[in-house]
Design a protein around this ligand. Structure first.
Ligand SMILES: [Zn+2]
Ligand SMILES: [Zn+2]
Length: 385
């Protein structure tokens, strides 16, 4: 396997800290995407810009061979950074708290190394997507024609994982991350004086029953062998002490591992909300939105990804059958379209224990070379000379 050149490792540290200082959120990754495009062009990649507004795709072909896609995400979060780093975020209220600065850097470093060593045969597309957080930038790139313009036989993604030690990887051959849905239930009764409840229909009573009943979906309607979460995260209703309002709004999120379970949860939620509200003379309307699908690896691609990781950190440092995470990823959209695999890379050490999305989080630069080497290893194995 080609080792990373020292100057690339040094450059990656500089790039990562610069990206960290200039975080940009969903679809506004102007500076970041310009930087990515310039680096790729410098390395001899054909560069395409504009998919999903700020998306960048770099292409490098060396002779005939398979075509694979490697994907990194570029966006930051709306989080106020609470670190005293020299390269602390210069954009108030925005922060690279999920390590996408590291992801972008590692794929750029790998691209530079691969363009330099040219130790593969085939075509490599490096895909830099905007708006992974909440807004589905990956889906937008697909809708804008990503895989028609750049057909790939397989696509691979990576996320840093603070629960795993630095210098390790974890993957499995099926579901890596859950599907992510949101819901809103509007319970409508009839408002009245708070002292004369018999003259109206109190939407709070039905709401209170619905909150508890929704917790029986996972515990009583799904098999104990299934994994899912139903969480109510907001309740809004009423304006003052002595008025029973017309309606109450409940919101929350659902995580699930399979389309069957996802459909079952939605239908059970609708039936419970409507029948409970109906029992009190109120009505309930459910708006249910599928946000991200589950991120499901193809077994054969996951095996190849594990092998590539083993070549970098050794066999005993790669967990090949990790448990899935209930968090979600819009890389799931790409895996719905193509075979491929998504892998977790460990970043935890003494100075890097904060979890993803925490205001104290900082991507561990000691992992940059490991992640870039993983990409190089994967390309050299998949597109072997
Ligand atoms: Zn995130
Ligand atoms: Zn992330």
């Amino acid at each position: 396997m080609t080792r990373l050149d020292d100057d690339i490792v040094t450059a990656m540290g500089d790039w990562r800290r610069d990206l960290h200082a200039h975080p940009e959120t969903a679809f506004t990754e102007m500076r970041t995407s310009a930087f990515v495009a310039a680096q790729l062009a410098m390395d001899g990649f054909a560069v395409h810009r504009g998919l999903a507004e700020t998306g960048v795709v770099g292409t490098l072909s060396i002779g005939d061979g398979p075509v694979i896609g490697l994907r990194a995400d570029m966006d930051a979060l709306f989080v106020e950074e609470k670190t005293d780093l020299a390269y602390v975020s210069r954009h108030a209220g925005k922060m690279h708290a999920c390590g996408h600065d590291g992801h972008t850097t590692m794929l750029l470093g790998a691209a530079r190394q691969l363009a330099r060593s040219r130790n593969f045969r085939g075509t490599l597309h490096v895909i830099f997507q905007p708006a992974e957080e909440n807004e589905g930038g990956g889906r937008r790139m697909i809708d804008d024609g990503l895989f028609e313009l750049f057909p790939c036989s397989e696509v691979f993604g990576l996320h840093n994982w603070p629960a795993l030690p630095l210098g390790s990887f974890a993957i499995n051959r099926s579901t890596m991350m859950a599907a992510f849905d949101t819901f809103e239930i509007t319970v409508t009764g009839r408002g009245c004086h708070g002292a004369m409840p018999e003259t109206g229909i109190d939407p709070f009573i039905a709401t209170a029953q619905i909150v508890l009943a929704l917790q029986t979906i996972v515990s009583r309607h799904l098999s104990p062998m299934e994994q899912a979460v139903v969480s109510i995260t907001q309740i809004h209703g009423g304006d003052t002490w002595n008025v029973i309002p017309d309606s109450v709004v409940l919101r929350g999120t659902v995580r699930s591992m399979s389309p069957e379970v996802q459909a079952k949860i939605e239908s059970q939620m609708r039936s419970l909300a409507q029948s409970i509200a109906g029992g009190y003379g109120a009505t309930a309307h459910l708006a249910y939105e599928h946000r991200y699908p589950a991120t499901v690896n193809t077994a054969a691609s996951a095996n190849k990804a594990a092998k590539a990781a083993q070549a970098v950190v050794g066999e005993d440092r790669v967990i090949a059958d990790c448990a899935p995470s209930m968090a979600s990823e819009d890389f799931g959209f790409m895996l719905e379209r193509l075979p491929g695999a998504y892998i977790f890379m460990g970043v935890a050490d003494e100075g890097h224990r904060a979890s993803l999305h925490n205001p104290s989080y900082d991507f561990n630069d000691a992992a940059l070379a490991t992640g870039a080497s993983y990409w190089v290893s994967l390309v050299e194995q998949r597109l072997s000379v």
